[in-house]
Design a protein around this ligand. Structure first.
Ligand code: VAL
Length: 385
């Protein structure tokens, strides 16, 4: 080729290669397994919204190292079997680089082993039961576990109401409500608060009269509830119908504002802990709340905030690695980049910490974050001061 011809063709070649690289700037596929239908959708829809908002923000700012983030979202219905199916689809069929979710700890115990076996990060944003990150080195979570939140919540509630003794009610067939119960039991013993009676129910129960009648007879100062939202709301309503006025102390399940859709004003004075508050007016949280309201026309909750932060954590990890295009390699590179990520997000300053050791097993990473305590007033969570 003559020199002149090269000169003439060069711009065309450059243009062509530019176009080609634009077309090849592959999307980074991130899977999201969330409960979008069924009772756990009270958490899952907020989670989906938090992720969509954060992905839009990252993409609007040019993506990660020139790659756009593509969320592949699947409904796991808050059921173990569906969580397994959805994880398999996202990992093996969609070939997602990482999978967020599932919503419930109960489902995570079923689905995360699949991700660990396939060496794909399973990143929980709402799983708060003990032992989640003991499942393997590919399990991460930014949801602060009950073991970290409940002692702080209990201490604050005892002080606020001058509580001397409590009754406990919990779901005994769900990994999270059971784990929350175990943590509450230990916490109450540590804080020397006697338990007047311990009552259990099963998933799907709607009538709690038998348990509540026993609780009433035991005359506690407060009721500790390790429950998911729907059951918690019905328990609160039925407690009031029995003429009981005791405040509730809850775990992470009570953190959804959907509690008040059912319990209305009866939910007032319920105390629960979380790393997030709408009253925490840091620049990052203010921006998150405003953007969420603008996009969805409603207030965010802590589940949306943790999902939003999780996407930003992964985006920060992705910025540190150079994707090779070889999926197996890239999945491991992401797992290795994640532990060192810190962000200042909607839930405040976030860092990971290695999960407690388990003999003969590699473990994953928990959230290193402070819990703050909220109290329900007028259908809203406000900071307990
Ligand atoms: N935190 C709970 C769990 O781990 C619910 C409320 C999402 O199952």
């Amino acid at each position: 080729m003559q020199f002149k011809t090269i000169l003439k063709t060069l711009p065309l070649l450059m243009l062509a290669s530019g176009l080609a690289s634009a077309a090849h700037a592959a999307d980074v596929k991130l899977g999201l397994a969330a409960a979008l239908t069924g009772p756990a959708a009270k958490y899952g829809v907020a989670i989906k919204n938090g992720f969509s908002l954060a992905a839009d923000e990252v993409n609007a700012a040019g993506g990660v190292n020139g790659n756009k983030l593509l969320l592949v979202i699947e409904d796991e219905q808050g059921k173990k079997e569906e969580a397994i199916n959805v994880f398999k689809k996202l990992i093996f069929k969609d070939k997602a680089l990482l999978v967020f979710g599932p919503t419930l700890s109960n489902s995570a115990f079923a689905a995360d082993p699949i991700a660990n076996a396939a060496k794909v990060v399973a990143f929980g944003t709402s799983n708060t039961a003990d032992g989640i990150t003991a499942m393997g080195p590919f399990t991460f979570r930014n949801s602060v576990m009950e073991a970290d939140v409940l002692p702080v919540t209990t201490r604050a509630a005892v002080k606020h109401f001058g509580i001397k003794k409590v009754a406990i009610i919990y779901g005994n067939d769900d990994a999270f409500t059971k784990s929350g119960y175990d943590v509450f039991k230990g916490t109450l013993a540590d804080q020397k608060i006697p338990v007047t009676t311990t009552e259990a129910y099963a998933k799907g129960d709607v009538d709690f009269k038998a348990q509540l009648t026993k609780i009433k007879a035991s005359n506690p100062d407060a009721i500790v509830c390790s429950c998911l939202t729907e059951e918690a709301a019905n328990i609160i309503l039925q407690t009031r119908a029995l003429g009981m006025k005791q405040p509730f102390i809850g775990g992470n399940g009570l953190n959804s504002p959907k509690l008040f859709d059912i319990a209305k004003g009866a939910g007032d004075d319920t105390i629960m802990g979380s790393p997030w508050s709408s009253e925490n007016l840091t620049p990052a949280n203010k921006a998150f709340i405003a953007a969420y309201k603008a996009k969805f026309g409603s207030d965010p909750d802590q589940f949306a905030a943790q999902a939003y932060d999780a996407l930003h954590v992964v985006a920060a990890a992705l910025k540190k690695i150079k994707l090779s295009g070889a999926l197996d390699k890239d999945r491991i590179a992401l797992q290795q980049a994640l532990p060192a990520v810190t962000i200042d997000g909607a839930t405040g300053k976030f860092a990971f910490r290695k999960a407690p050791p388990v003999t003969g097993k590699e473990v994953g990473y928990d959230a290193q974050q402070e819990a703050i305590v909220n109290i329900a007033k007028g259908g809203k969570f406000i900071l307990l001061k």
